[in-house]
Write a protein that binds this ligand. Structure first.
Ligand SMILES: *[C@@H]1O[C@H](CO)[C@@H](O)[C@H](O)[C@H]1NC(C)=O
Length: 263
């Protein structure tokens, strides 16, 4: 089956397409989501990435007071990250917002920007952030393998439609369900590896451009939020197609993550 995933980067509020290869692309969408409540996703980071040649937007998640997990494509070649935590809003005033800048990151040594294998990266803050009612971490250490039809939540500030290239001002969250990799290969073919995970909504819910790097969350007992995936790719048929959204699974990378952030 011919694999087609559209590659796109978001230049803050202006869209440019960066087709890495003819066949693969990278981006993701929150389509069909709802505004998050204040403090609902305290770990969510809005990241503006600067490289030597571009500037684009990604999501990320606070794993500790000094480390953020995001996609490998969001740190690859980065020279600066400007990171906002503590606010659901991107630009409107919010006294709970913390803004930090850093240039330090670790990319997975086997990240492949063409196939998006091992699409995981870690950003180190210069100074640990202080936890508040709006800033805190997401659980990751007890992340278990995600089964074939598990209820999950996808979040992000990405585009809410294919036609509007602007980010969402307000953080969005949407209920999705994991699908088996076997089923997802009908859309993405053999390029979908075991370390990737696909989710689908009840209709076309999922990720879009600007959501890349954002968390896929499993809500476990007492409402605890566990990081289970990193937004990685969407179908070349568009965010609003009913094709599944692609994530990097968190669980296969736990040892690698711990070896860096707990070192
Ligand atoms: C998920 O589905 C695949 C293919 O249908 C199957 O081989 C696998 O055992 C299933 N995994 C779980 C955890 O049920």
């Amino acid at each position: 089956m011919h694999l087609k995933v559209a590659a796109s980067f978001l230049l803050l509020l202006a869209l440019i397409n960066v087709h890495q290869t003819e066949e693969i692309s990278r981006d993701s969408r929150i389509i069909g989501g709802l505004d998050a409540n204040a403090g609902q996703y305290k770990f969510a980071a809005a990241i503006t990435v600067t490289t030597e040649t571009s500037r684009f937007f990604c999501g990320g998640s606070l794993l500790t007071n000094q480390w953020i997990i995001t996609a490998g494509q969001c740190v690859n070649g980065a020279t600066l990250f400007t990171i906002q935590i503590g606010s659901n809003k991107l630009t409107e005033d919010d006294t709970n917002r913390v803004i930090v800048a850093t240039s330090e990151y670790v990319i997975h040594p086997e990240f492949n920007p063409t196939t998006l294998e091992n699409d995981v990266g870690l950003i180190k803050l210069r100074i640990p952030v202080e936890f508040t009612n709006y800033v805190n971490t997401i659980y990751y250490a007890d992340s278990t393998p995600v089964g074939n039809s598990t209820s999950l939540v996808a979040i992000g500030w990405g585009q809410t439609s294919d036609d509007d290239p602007e980010l969402s001002e307000h953080l969005q969250g949407v209920q999705v369900v994991s699908i088996s990799n076997e089923e997802c290969r009908f859309t993405y073919g053999s390029q979908l590896t075991d370390n990737m995970l696909c989710v689908a909504g009840s209709y076309n819910e999922g990720t879009c451009i600007g959501d890349t790097g954002s968390a896929l969350i499993q809500i476990v007992s007492r409402g605890a939020q566990v990081h289970t995936g990193i937004a990685s790719f969407v179908s070349g048929n568009g965010c609003q197609s009913t094709d599944p959204s692609g994530y990097t699974r968190t669980h296969p990378y736990l040892d690698w993550i711990k070896s860096i952030i707990l070192a």
